[in-house]
Write a protein that binds this ligand. Structure first.
Ligand SMILES: [Zn+2]
Length: 99
C-alpha cells in the first residue's frame, strides 16, 4: 500500500491571490439607491481595463475607480457579486445624484 500523501500541500510562503475585490481593504461602503442596495468598493488600481457602464468609456488599468454590486439582487448577494461592475468614481457619483 503506497503511503498516503498529505491532502494539504501549500508550501510555506506560497503566494495566495485573493480576488482583486479583497485586495483593497477599507473603502467599502453600502449605499441605498432607487434600484436597490449596493456595496461600493473603492479600487486603487486594477490589472486590466474595464468598461464603465455609465459612459461606456474604458477605465484604464492602474486607475482609481469603484466597483459596485447589488446586495439585494435576484439570487442573493453572491449573484449580485457575480454581476459587479466597475465604474469611474465620478460616474458612480453622478448616478447617485440622478435618482
Ligand atoms: Zn464612466
Amino acid at each position: 500500500m503506497p503511503p498516503k500523501r498529505p491532502s494539504k500541500r501549500r508550501p510555506y510562503g506560497a503566494e495566495h491571490r485573493p480576488l482583486d475585490i479583497d485586495r483593497a481593504t477599507g473603502g467599502r461602503r453600502s449605499e441605498s439607491a432607487a434600484d436597490g442596495e449596493w456595496v461600493v468598493q473603492a479600487i486603487r488600481s486594477s490589472d486590466k481595463p474595464y468598461i464603465c457602464p455609465a459612459c461606456r468609456q474604458t477605465i484604464p488599468p492602474s486607475t482609481a475607480h469603484v466597483v459596485a454590486w447589488q446586495t439585494d439582487a435576484i439570487g442573493g448577494p453572491d449573484a449580485g457579486l457575480d454581476f459587479r461592475r466597475h465604474w469611474h468614481s465620478s460616474c458612480w457619483q453622478r448616478r447617485s445624484r440622478l435618482r
